[in-house]
Ligand binder design. Sequence first.
Ligand SMILES: Cc1cc2nc3c(=O)[nH]c(=O)nc-3n(C[C@H](O)[C@H](O)[C@H](O)COP(=O)(O)OP(=O)(O)OC[C@H]3O[C@@H](n4cnc5c(N)ncnc54)[C@H](O)[C@@H]3O)c2cc1C
Length: 322
Amino acid sequence: MSGILAYALHYEGAFNKNSLGGVSEAARLASELGCEAHAVVIGDVSDGLAASLGNYGVTKVFRAKDAPEGLAQPVVDVMASIMDEGGHDYALFGGGLLGFEIGAGLAARLNAGVTMEVTQVNVEDGKLTAERPIHGDSSISTSRYKDRGIIIGRLNAFEIAAAGDSAAEVEDVTVELSEASQRLTMVTRGEQRGADVDIEGADILVAGGRGLGKPEGFELCEALADALGGAVAATRAVVDAGWYPYSTQIGQTGKTVSPKLYLAAGISGAIQHKVGFQSSENIVAINKDSNAPIFEYSDLGIVGDLNKILPKLTEAVKAKKG
Ligand SMILES: Cc1cc2nc3c(=O)[nH]c(=O)nc-3n(C[C@H](O)[C@H](O)[C@H](O)COP(=O)(O)OP(=O)(O)OC[C@H]3O[C@@H](n4cnc5c(N)ncnc54)[C@H](O)[C@@H]3O)c2cc1C
């Protein structure tokens, strides 16, 4: 057994939270397996920042200074090369879209097994097994790997565990990037609108779906959320359409929330959305279709046009507060 390699994504001089979860998980598993956990960082990372990953339990950090951070293909090149040379049996990612993309590419490159949306990793007979929820989170599927394994966590599934105050050894690596990677350029990188809103911590969420009709429809949800002192959430249909930021998506492939009030406007109530908010204390739905599935699990259902109902609700809340 020769080790686990975890990818640590960074932005503006800090590591991403999910990555730190992935690094901590790699260290935990390595200590159970009796091997070492290493991390890989890409691009411009200071000695101090790279070495600080030792605080989360990795003993060595590989730094590929010349590769561009944030693009999947160059990271695949770097990780495949490190794993081949170092003989790592597993690669571990904290989660997120970039992790999915790198993990899939790495699995293809190394002919390894891959499991995404993993919520738990166990050690069985000296090997790792990965659990992921399936069928709308109603069952668990367990993956075992014949040879090497790529494990990609569900967002925030792995706990960040600071193991102490020890600096990891930093080793610079130079990897020749594939032709495809060399054709890629990062044009711009930035935070998504709304990424700073704490959806998971909000007591009140006003969620919007395709029934809002257009991106500007979210202004109705924002006005009501403002009046109620809450935040705005969304379905996958609308974030995929680019109407609202991914960071606000609730559901199987988004966030799981349990606010005091979840108000769903123009949302049909697909099972993949439901699993993200079903433990909310109170669920209120506004939908023009009285047969919409969301009414089956709402505490209060309002059948009607959200374009008329949302502004009236906002007005009423403001009037009550005023
Ligand atoms: C593997 C997988 C994972 C997925 N993960 C997620 C996930 O994490 N989160 C998620 O949300 N989805 C997820 N989905 C997608 C999910 O299946 C649904 O397609 C999606 O949730 C539908 O979004 P919606 O309710 O906004 O749109 P729709 O299903 O199109 O519903 C729109 C609703 O708006 C109503 N409406 C229209 N106009 C008005 C109006 N004027 N006033 C009031 N009501 C109106 C309609 O009656 C309809 O019920 C996933 C799907 C798959 C296959």
